[in-house]
Design a protein around this ligand. Structure first.
Ligand SMILES: *Cc1c(COP(=O)(O)O)cnc(C)c1O
Length: 479
C-alpha cells in the first residue's frame, strides 16, 4: 500500500470513527438526558414496587445506531422495571443493595478520566486512592499496619484472594489436598465452598460445625472435630467464621475461633461481607476478635450502600498474597520494584481494572463517615421495630437478631409449612415490598433483611401492612 492510499483511506474512515468522540454540545445534551432519566428513576422509587416479574423483550445488539432516548426508554422498561428493584427502599430480601448517588458521580469521573489504578507508576494518584480505601478499612477492623488488601468486584472474588493466601501459606497442594480440612459454619455463604473449588481445592475435606440456637458456630464442637482430625493424621488448615451470616445475621464467636486457630496453627478467615460495616455502629463489641483474623472480606456494596461491584479483602501477611498474585513481565519493566505493595495489581487477580476505589473514597470524603454509621444504626433499629410489629400480629420470630436480618413464620393451626409457603407466594404476588424465604433448621421461614439505605420506618410500616393483608388472604383460604 502506497502512503497516499493510506492517507486517503484514513480520511475516509475518519468521519465514521470520529463519531465515538462526542462534541461539547452533544456531551451536554446526552448528559442532561441521562441526568433527567436518573431523576425520573429516582423520583419513581417511592411508588415503584420492590419486585416485578416480567418477560424481557429484545435487548440484542443489532449493530445499528439508536437514539439515546430510545435506549434509555428500553433500559427503563426492560432493566430498571424488572425483577428486584435493588435501588428501592422496598428491597428487603436476600441482602439488599445500595446505590448512593455520590458513588455514581465517582464512577462517572472514573470512567471519563480512566486512570490506570492497578499500577502505581501508571497512576500514582489513583493507586493511592485504592490504597487509602484499604488503609481506612484496616483501621476500621483494627488490622495492623503491615496488613495488605485489595478491592475486588464483590465478596466472592474477595474470598478467592483470601483463600488463595490461606492455601499458599499452608502449601495446600498435591497429595496434601485430600488430607486437608476446612471448618465452616453450617450457615456459611456458598461463595466459600465455591472459592475452594475454583482454587483447585475441591478435594479438601469440609467440616460443617454445628450451631447454637442463635445460629453461631459452637467452638467446643469445632475444637472436638479438629482434634479428631489431627488424631487420624489429617491436615486441618482453615477455619471460616462469619460476621453476619446471610440467612440469619449471626456473628460467630470470633475470639474463640481465633483462639482455636492460633493454638492449632490454622488460618482464620472471617466473612464479613454482609455484616462487617456494622462495626461502625453501637454494636461494635460484637465484632471483637475480628482483628485477629488472618484474612477478612467485607462488601462495601452492601454495608456502605455503594452500587454493586465493590468488595474488599484484607490479609495480615503480604507475602501470602504476593505468592500467587505478584508477577512481572518484560513489558512492565518501566515501573515495578520499589512500588510492590503500592500497586493494587500485585495483590489481585486483576491487572487492568475499573478504578473502583474512587466510588468508595469519594462518598466517604464527601459525606464523612457519620451518615454511613447512622444509616447502619437506623437499620438495626428498624429490624427491632419490624419484629415488634410482627409479634403483635401473632407471628413467630427467629432469635433476637444480632444485626439487620431476621426471620419469621406464622403458626398456622395445620399444614403450617405449606401455608407459610403460600404466604410467601402472596407476598411476592403483591410485590410492593420484596422479601425472600429460606430454610432454617429444616423449617421454611420468611426472611427480612434491612440494608437498603433508603429503607425507613415508612417502608417497614408498608411491609407490615402488606404482610398482614397477605396473611388475611391465606387465612381466608383456610376457612
Ligand atoms: C453477599 C455475601 C457474600 C458474597 O458476596 P458477593 O459480593 O455477592 O460476591 C459472601 N458472604 C456473605 C456473608 C454475603 O452476605
Amino acid at each position: 500500500m502506497q502512503i497516499e492510499q493510506i492517507i486517503t483511506q484514513l480520511e475516509s474512515l475518519r468521519s465514521s470513527s470520529d463519531q465515538l468522540e462526542l462534541g461539547p454540545s452533544q456531551r451536554k445534551e446526552s448528559f442532561e438526558e441521562v441526568q433527567s432519566y436518573s431523576e425520573l428513576f429516582l423520583s419513581s422509587l417511592e411508588k415503584a414496587k420492590g419486585y416485578v416479574a416480567k418477560e424481557i423483550g429484545n435487548l440484542a445488539i443489532t449493530g445499528e445506531k439508536k437514539d439515546l432516548s430510545e435506549i434509555l426508554k428500553t433500559y427503563h422498561s426492560e432493566v430498571a422495571q424488572s425483577g428486584i428493584n435493588a435501588a428501592s427502599p422496598k428491597h428487603l430480601g436476600y441482602i439488599p443493595g445500595g446505590g448512593v448517588y455520590s458513588a455514581a458521580l465517582a464512577d462517572y469521573i472514573a470512567a471519563i478520566t480512566n486512570p490506570y489504578a492497578s499500577v502505581y507508576y501508571a497512576s500514582p494518584g489513583a493507586a493511592t486512592i485504592e490504597n487509602e480505601v484499604i488503609e481506612w478499612l484496616k483501621s476500621v477492623f483494627s488490622f495492623p499496619k503491615e496488613a495488605v488488601g485489595t478491592l475486588c468486584s464483590g465478596g466472592s472474588t474477595s474470598t478467592l484472594v483470601a483463600f488463595t493466601a490461606a492455601r499458599d501459606h499452608h502449601q495446600i497442594k498435591n497429595e496434601r489436598v485430600p488430607k486437608s480440612v476446612v471448618y465452616l459454619s453450617e450457615q456459611v455463604h456458598h461463595s466459600s465452598q465455591k472459592a475452594l473449588r475454583i482454587l483447585g481445592l475441591e478435594d479438601v475435606i469440609l467440616r460443617l460445625v454445628p450451631l447454637d440456637a442463635n445460629h453461631r458456630m459452637i467452638p467446643s464442637k469445632l475444637e472436638k472435630m479438629l482434634q479428631e482430625d489431627i488424631k487420624v493424621g489429617l491436615n486441618p488448615y482453615l477455619i471460616v467464621g462469619t460476621a453476619g451470616t446471610t440467612d440469619t445475621g449471626a456473628i460467630d464467636p470470633l475470639n474463640e475461633l481465633a483462639d482455636i486457630a492460633q493454638e492449632n496453627n490454622l488460618w482464620f478467615h472471617v466473612d464479613a461481607a454482609y455484616g462487617g460495616m456494622f462495626i461502625l455502629t453501637s454494636q461494635k463489641e460484637k465484632f471483637s476478635g475480628i482483628e485477629r483474623a488472618d484474612s477478612l472480606i467485607v462488601d462495601p456494596h452492601k454495608g456502605l450502600f455503594l452500587p454493586y461491584g465493590v468488595g474488599a479483602v484484607l490479609v495480615k501477611e503480604a507475602k501470602d498474597v504476593l505468592h500467587s498474585h505478584y508477577y512481572t513481565a518484560n513489558y512492565m519493566q518501566d515501573g515495578y520494584q520499589e512500588e510492590l505493595l503500592q500497586s493494587p495489581a500485585n495483590l489481585s487477580a486483576e491487572l487492568t481494572k475499573h478504578f473502583r476505589g474512587l466510588r468508595v473514597w469519594l462518598p466517604l470524603q464527601l459525606h464523612g463517615i457519620e451518615p454511613f454509621a447512622s444509616c447502619l444504626e437506623e437499620k438495626l433499629l428498624l429490624t427491632k421495630y419490624f419484629r415488634k410489629k410482627l409479634e403483635s400480629l401473632g407471628f413467630c420470630l427467629g432469635p433476637e437478631p444480632e444485626l439487620s436480618v431476621s426471620y419469621f413464620w406464622y403458626p398456622f393451626e395445620s399444614k403450617s409449612e405449606e401455608k407459610n409457603r403460600l404466604l410467601m407466594h402472596e407476598i411476592h404476588k403483591d410485590g410492593r415490598v420484596f422479601l425472600s424465604s429460606s430454610i432454617i433448621d429444616s423449617k421454611f421461614v420468611i426472611r427480612l433483611a434491612i440494608l437498603a439505605f433508603r429503607t425507613k420506618k415508612e417502608t417497614i410500616d408498608l411491609a407490615v401492612e402488606m404482610i398482614e393483608k397477605c396473611l388475611k388472604k391465606v387465612l381466608e383460604k383456610e376457612s
